[in-house]
Design a protein around this ligand. Structure first.
Ligand SMILES: Cc1cc2nc3c(=O)[nH]c(=O)nc-3n(C[C@H](O)[C@H](O)[C@H](O)COP(=O)(O)O)c2cc1C
Length: 431
């Protein structure tokens, strides 16, 4: 509760003290002061945050704002959605053991270096496609907020906004990563990668678990597939090699409706019903991407993590696509300890699947993840007036993470290690 810069202020007028909390001098602000800002703004100015600070209530209000098909598209998973549940349950398999009486200041050092670049916190925007389903500003809003915070923004191949527009909203020099759905046509792959490089996307994330679409029962029951409607295909519509292959530019002023639909379907078919990527083809990516970082997303097995090291990629992301692909699969956090034991230090380890709070981030980092990705919470934020809601959600996660690190007794990210946790063996979820 005292995690604000007011702690350091000498006795001043009430207004000066309020200003020191709400407008701290540049450089002295830190993530956890977001809670002070909420309390002060509400108490003194009757301003409340745009949405709840609690994930379940955030999702519930987003649901009311969204068209049901869009809500279900994001909330749903594969089959019986057992993997969606397993992702959450896995966090309950571990509990934090707080330490006290340590030198911990309100501003914790959460910074980390990934692929040669230093970030203020180990948090990355998960690649999420079709964001205009959740707000008309879609990727423009999310990439803008991540840019403001200096955190990496990952653009999906299923984006509803193209490379250049997202680069513009993200901001010059800000960290941008590109996530590839590996097309079945090498010419298109090369072209997507080249356009990513031309727009200064620095890290290539290759998603390996979605070369065919999972059995997504909520969407199947409504026959809902946004790509056929032309949402989430902008990268394909703008691609110069796709134009050559199609024999027309679907974005030209004289393009017909039928041509636009053909181009949308073409992008969808080559990227979502592709060929399954195989290890030996990583060299094809290197032909365009060179020695820049390549990160494989969708790893859950120790053997695959070791193969990733063997094939010389720079990183892996433990992910089961938010439970949207293989139903009945292992909870993503349950896969982390063994993979960390096998490859930590040899390769950068990212994690996603079920991150809903600062405490979840703490557990994933303590178990050995070098960074985590946030997916669904950002979409629910986006549903609340676009960039405003996104900013609220990510600032809340950062604040709760910083508060958790401090209250658990740690001053810096590097000190958050597995010793901060115990296995939760007293519920039926214990492993
Ligand atoms: C609506 C939606 C769209 C997604 N689109 C993509 C995508 O285009 N590419 C990708 O690699 N992963 C995609 N994902 C998976 C996320 O990158 C991430 O793995 C997942 O959201 C993590 O689970 P969580 O959001 O439950 O924490 C998507 C997830 C959702 C919910």
């Amino acid at each position: 509760m005292w995690g604000s810069s007011a702690l350091f202020a000498s006795a001043q007028s009430a207004q000066e003290l309020i200003d020191s909390v709400l407008n701290p001098p540049p450089g002295s602000e830190h993530y956890s002061s977001y809670s002070s800002a909420i309390y002060y703004n509400h108490t003194l100015y009757n301003q409340t945050p745009i949405a709840s600070t609690n994930y379940d209530r955030l999702e519930a209000s987003a649901k009311l704002l969204l068209n049901p098909a869009a809500y279900n598209y994001a909330a749903g998973g594969g089959g019986l959605e057992k993997t969606v549940v397993a992702n959450r349950e896995a966090f309950d398999h571990w509990r934090i053991v707080p330490r006290v009486m340590r030198d911990v200041l309100p501003a914790r050092n959460l910074s980390t270096t990934l692929f040669g670049r230093t970030y203020p916190a180990p948090i990355v925007m998960a690649p999420v496609g079709v964001q205009t389903l959740f707000h008309p500003d879609g990727e423009r809003a999310t990439s803008k907020v991540f840019g403001e915070l200096g955190l990496p923004y990952t653009l999906s191949t299923a984006s509803s906004t193209g490379f250049a527009d997202v680069a513009a909203s993200n901001g010059l020099g800000n960290p941008r990563w590109y996530q590839l759905y590996w097309p079945s046509d090498d010419d298109l792959t090369r072209s997507y990668l080249q356009t990513a490089l031309d727009n200064e996307y620095e890290v290539l994330v290759v998603t390996l678990d979605t070369w065919d679409l999972g059995w997504r029962t909520r969407d199947l029951d409504q026959g809902f597939f946004p790509f056929i409607l032309g949402v989430g295909v902008q990268i394909g519509l703008e691609d110069p090699v796709a134009h050559q292959k199609l024999g027309f530019n679907p974005l030209a002023p004289n393009a017909t409706q039928e041509q636009k639909q053909t181009a949308a379907l073409y992008h969808t078919v080559v990227t979502s019903r592709g060929i399954s990527p195989v290890w030996r083809n990583i060299t094809k990516l290197r032909e365009v991407w060179g020695e820049r970082p390549i990160v494989l997303k969708g790893i859950q097995s120790v053997e695959d993590a070791k193969l990733a090291v063997q094939y010389g990629v720079q990183g892996i992301i433990l992910s089961n696509h938010g439970g949207r692909q293989v139903d009945g699969a292992i909870g993503s956090l349950d896969a982390l300890p063994a993979i960390v034991e096998a490859v930590k230090g040899k390769i950068t380890i990212g994690f996603d699947g079920g991150i809903r709070s600062g405490s979840d981030i703490f557990k994933a980092i303590a178990l050995g993840a070098d960074f985590i990705q946030v997916g669904r919470p950002i979409l629910w934020g986006l549903a609340h007036e676009g960039e405003k809601g996104v900013r609220h959600v990510i600032k809340s996660l950062l604040a709760e993470f910083e508060i958790t690190v401090g209250l658990a007794g740690y001053a810096a990210l590097k000190d958050v290690q597995v010793g901060a946790l115990v296995k939760n063996t007293w519920t039926n979820g214990g492993t």
